[in-house]
Write a protein that binds this ligand. Structure first.
Ligand code: SF4
Length: 580
């Protein structure tokens, strides 16, 4: 039987499944395998979708299921899609009325289906959106736009807002995502626009793929230059090449070019950029100011009343600006924290030698069942806690010998560094979360490792507000007077770009003057199990008179011991063994 929901048009055999794994065929035709079952249904600001010019700060009930009809490399939801078996136990069955009751109880003005692809839960979403319309609530979704004309026509009467995400237009990019070409997506964008549905576009920007984003922007501007256009600076999640990530400078230059044809261009996944603001196309003043709030999310913190510029220009907003404060996207199952936590579990299981998908699924399911997943992030933000967490996973998988090996191997290097750095006066070290004026929180693993390596962490002196990093003023930056700056995101902010930014803004500190700005790549110093390589790299930098770890050899040894493969400079993969 042919599935007519998306342009994959899968042939589904009796009781089989199609490409997305979410539909099956039986005597009654094509049907959903998990109807009315949601992975999450929580109240969240619309900026989490992301939307920028639709009911800004409005609270919507965000719903999601699992699965996708694409297989894009680097998808942030890949880990959820890959482990449907593990997360199934988290499904909550709710009728449309129950979902909408929850929306009303939590003060939401509507529902939005995002985080995974609504196409794979088409009938569930259609029922929900139809009922929302009947109850006077708004309904929208974020989609890859690969629906058939029939499926889209079924949704249009009940849709209020849509964000269509474009992965790319080149045949190679389409093939990598598992589709033939992007033509149906552009067809659907036009249909959505012509039907008066509020439309925003997000386009992934990978290094060197400016032309594809420009082509997409050209098409969008031919519909209307007022359609908000969100450039998603590619972040290398999952099994992707870290070198595909463009620098911030490249991404901002692209936005400048796009801004010649479109009135409202935004840059996401880029802490500290001014390109998240809504700017007046007439006089250039910022009308709405936003900050980075995690991958594909922003936080509107300041705005002109009713989105009107001093010069009189009014932003083409749909809906009013709401009083709500921050998007509440973290801390529930199904958000980015969950995705990150699942990635961390996979990486820990990797060093324990547990790579069979069924075994990994079983551990993830157990971590979900026992709520271990909820505080995993905190549990991995310290060396002792890290060892204990590895032990906990080892006892779940009967791999205590591997955990002991990890503890012994990593512990011996930690001890050597602690002893070597003891009694020394370390250099003043500022750990930046990419952008020069965004500081890493001092309790993060990265910051702790900088201290372990004998640095005097200046981040601890900073006043703090917001998340995920601390926005700092020029005065605070100068007061820290760091002798060394460690940049956590060296790909987004290469040393020379970072230094150039500091010089332009008179951020004159010893580290900038003396060229002591560096990042850890190809080593890492966060919550992945190979953080010990980053720790050794930091120790070499902070105390060259005391440490001279042969990092190349250490990396080769670590990878051979725990991943059973050579260390690979070019590809900083989250799960190295999966690339074999
Ligand atoms: S919705 Fe799923 S089963 Fe249907 S055509 Fe698309 S990928 Fe295939």
């Amino acid at each position: 039987m042919k599935c007519n929901i998306c342009e994959q048009r899968c042939e589904i055999h009796f009781r089989g499944t199609g490409r997305c794994g979410m539909y099956t065929a039986d005597e009654d035709g094509i049907r959903e395998r998990f109807p009315d079952r949601y992975l999450a249904a929580v109240d969240t600001a619309v900026e989490a979708m992301p939307m920028v010019h639709y009911h800004p700060r409005g609270t919507f009930l965000q719903v999601c299921t699992v699965g996708c009809n694409f297989i894009c490399p680097g998808c942030v939801s890949e880990v959820l899609t890959d482990h449907i078996g593990a997360v199934r136990g988290q499904f909550q069955e709710m009728t449309p009325d129950q979902v909408l009751d929850r929306a009303e109880e939590t003060g939401c003005i509507g529902v939005m289906f995002c985080f995974n692809e609504p196409t794979v839960s088409f009938f569930t979403f259609r029922r929900l959106a139809t009922m929302a319309r009947k109850r006077g609530l708004l309904a929208g979704c974020a989609t890859n736009g690969y629906l058939t004309e029939w499926a889209l026509s079924e949704l249009i009467p009940c849709l209020d807002f849509v964000n269509v995400g474009i992965k790319g237009t080149a045949p190679s990019v389409c093939r990598a995502c598992g589709i033939q070409d992007a033509a149906p997506i552009f067809r659907n964008i036009k249909t959505v626009f012509q039907n008066g549905i509020h439309l925003e576009i997000s386009a992934v920007f990978r290094k060197g793929q400016e032309k594809q984003v420009e082509e997409t922007a050209g098409f969008v501007s031919s519909l209307s230059p007022d359609i908000p256009f969100q450039v998603m600076r590619f972040l290398p999640f999952g099994k992707t090449d870290a070198n595909d990530e463009p620098t911030v400078k490249e991404a901002e230059a692209l936005c400048t070019r796009l801004g010649r044809h479109l009135h409202h261009v935004f840059l996401f996944n880029t802490p500290g950029t001014d390109w998240l603001n809504s700017v007046c196309p007439d006089c250039g003043a910022a009308i709405m100011e936003r900050g980075f709030f995690g991958p594909m999310c922003s936080n509107l913190y300041q705005y002109r009343p009713e989105g009107q510029c001093r010069c009189g220009y009014r932003l083409p907003l749909k809906g009013k600006i709401h009083e709500e404060t921050l998007p509440r996207t973290s801390g529930y199952f199904g958000g980015y924290r969950t995705v990150n936590a699942m990635s961390m579990i996979r990486s820990i299981l990797g060093v324990l030698g547990v790579r069979d998908k069924g075994a990994v699924d079983a551990v993830i399911a157990e971590a979900i069942r026992t709520d271990l997943i909820k505080d995993l992030y905190q549990r991995l933000n310290g060396i002792t806690a890290y060892f204990n967490t590895v032990d906990a996973f080892a006892s779940l998988t009967d791999t205590q010998d591997r955990a002991a090996l990890f503890r012994e191997y990593v512990g011996s290097r930690v001890t050597a560094i602690r002893e070597g750095a003891a009694g020394t006066e370390g250099p003043r070290v500022y750990y930046s979360l990419g952008h020069p004026l965004i500081a890493m929180f001092p309790e993060k693993m990265e910051s702790r490792l900088a201290k372990e390596a004998g640095g005097l962490l200046t981040n601890q002196w900073l006043p703090r507000e917001g998340r995920p990093g601390i926005m700092i003023s020029k005065e605070n930056f100068l007061a820290m007077a760091p002798e060394i700056i460690v940049v956590s995101d060296g790909i987004a902010w290469p040393g020379e770009d970072f230094a150039a930014f500091c010089r332009q803004r008179d951020l004159d500190v010893p580290a900038v003057r003396n060229g002591k700005i560096f990042h850890l790549a190809p080593f890492r110093g966060a919550t992945n199990p190979d953080w010990v390589l980053g720790l050794m790299a930091l120790a070499n930098r902070f105390h060259p008179d005391r440490f001279c770890f042969n990092l190349e050899k250490e990396a080769e040894r670590f990878y051979a011991t725990f991943y059973g493969q050579p260390f690979n400079h070019g590809q900083l993969l989250r799960f190295p063994w999966e690339d074999r």
